[in-house]
Design a protein around this ligand. Sequence first.
Ligand code: FRU
Length: 488
Amino acid sequence: MNKLEKANQYIQNNKQKVTNRPFFHFSPEIGWINDPNGFCFYQGEYHLFYQYYPYDIVWNDMHWGHATTLDFVHWNHKPVAMANDKVYDANGCFSGSAIEKDGKLFLIYTGHIDPNIGFDRDEPQIIERQCIAISEDGINFKKYENNPVIGEKELPEGYLICDFRDPKVMEVNGVYYCVLSVRNEKRRGEIIMFKSSNLVDWTFYSSIYQSKEEENILLECPDLFRIGNKDVLLFSIMPCDPEFQAEVDNKTAYVIGEMDFEKGIFKTESDGLLDYGHTFYAPQSTEGKNGERLLIGWMHRWHQTTPPKEYGFNGMISLPRKLSIENHRLIQQPAIEIEQYFNPSAIYEKIQLNAGEKIDFKGERTGYLYMSVSSSNTERFTVELNKSETKSTRIEVDVENTMISFESDYSSQDQINITDALNANEDLTLEFFIDRHSIELFINSGEKVISFTAYDQDKGKDISILGQCNAELKQVIYGTFCHENTLS
Ligand code: FRU
């Protein structure tokens, strides 16, 4: 049995042992996942590939898992698409992307070689090169016979092959471009671009984005796409070396500007964070079936506490976010059919909460909570979720000081503070998606997003909204998730 068959058989033989999977977020049938890969709409369905180790709930030996969906709530698990079974990807098929060409689906990914499999980094032994796999049916993939397609020969001097990964491919006017994460000689992160006419012969084109030396970061999983007449570049931030671990948080950022494909230059005009939480990493976008730009991310971060071993899985993928640009900022709106999947069980209109007054409702383990709040008549209030007798997750909204803070008794994550969270004189909206192990909060229809993940088993279900000073809630809607049988 080869490595791919072995992985698929292991999943079939063991997946029934897995428990406590989320209700409406994608999770693997068994084992560990990290980054979304190869996210695309192909032959009438969304395809999601992902960094995958089926055999344990910790990172190891990367395969590419695979699932498809039409609505991002119901998923069809497909056979594992790739195992690390070649000399050039012996220690992992690392992150990458997908593109359709002549009806076939091309995957471009990083073939990772590291005899110490990531646990005891010895740079001279690590090689990362880009490889191709091709499919005619979107399920069975054949690795290209002349892999790798981008390696030492194509990477210019001044860059280190030990950190050269995460190809994201796009087509512009009949030419293929690919952005990649790389470490330069100063050991700092850059995003570089390669060019091809056929997806297999690639040449270096330019460096389109460089981190500053004093930022001490690598820029993983870059993504470049156009929205309207602007270009957007995304990347995920990691410390470039262990000594900077304490000062660099894993996070994801965007820059908006102009990509000049004639000259190979990206001109930055504005920037921001994709998520203010600590558990959203390595996001990847694709063009949706109606031409919209959709983004999904890994709801986790490196070095986060793992779920209890007996759950048998580790890692989830965020809800899809539909991207747009307003006033030089990236707006991210949740892109699932809310009315279809959440049944309103409580609706309140025009509620005035004075200091110490609250509304309580019995929650479920899953839910959608929508609130619109008058900014002019509100000073401060707190939303408490996952409430048990002793614990909760608290979101404090301080309208006067335009601050939102998020803290939780579950998991060991630090408090999150957003200081410029609200727009003066405009009503505020908050949308919470509550699943078994996560909360996603969309502020003001996606101006800011906070993702939170906690696998604690003792989570409460109840919800309270508590007036700290005056609060005028124009509307509050709570709905429970109504398709509980989505686990497949
Ligand atoms: C990001 C990342 C990528 C790499 C992959 C390995 O989370 O570190 O840069 O390709 O994970 O699993």
